[in-house]
Unconditional design. Structure first.
Length: 171
């Protein structure tokens, strides 16, 4: 493979192996835009987005709030896959069991299917605001979060609308 620059007006002749090398580089670049390869070869999603399975029994909309049930891959079943990726089963949330164990879907997911969900980060979500000074939200029932003092995640409303950005709370 010969890599040589071309001058304006000069005929462009790209050998197949050179063209294929450029395609490989472009494909590798696109792959790094949607995931990060960590030490040991593990591929982790960016910004807290993980693979999830909708085990609720019903189709779920984008931004639905679901409870985290269990990992899909256990280290005792497949240690290599467990170390490479996070994959979680999601269920209809229970207010007590999932107060701090919930996921917000980043795309619609039909019942039993895999998709993407956010477990840490910032995302739009349906938010039930109880009072104007509420700044913390927790799971009450799917598909939304409800503001409650000193629980869950910090919540920031956008111009009083029922959409919000959500980030982990230190309280």
């Amino acid at each position: 493979m010969t890599l040589a620059k071309v001058r304006p007006g000069q005929p462009l002749r790209i050998p197949a192996d050179t063209f294929n090398a450029f395609v490989d580089v472009a494909a590798a670049y696109q792959a790094t835009r949607t995931s990060v390869r960590t030490e040991g070869g593990a591929i982790t999603p960016t910004a807290g987005v993980v693979t999830v399975r909708n085990d609720t029994g019903t189709d779920q909309d984008r931004f639905a709030v679901l409870g985290i049930s269990a990992p899909l891959i256990l280290p005792t079943e497949n240690a290599a896959a467990f170390q490479e990726r996070i994959a979680l089963a999601l269920v209809i949330p229970d207010q007590d069991a999932h107060a701090d164990r919930f996921c917000i879907l980043q795309e619609p997911i039909i019942a039993g299917a895999l998709g993407r969900g956010l477990i840490v980060g910032v995302t739009p979500v349906r938010l039930d605001v109880q009072a104007d000074d509420d700044r913390v939200a927790t799971v009450v029932s799917s598909p939304s979060l409800s503001c409650r003092p000193h629980q869950g995640c910090s919540a920031s409303r956008d111009c009083g609308r029922r959409q919000a950005v959500l980030a982990p709370s230190s309280s």
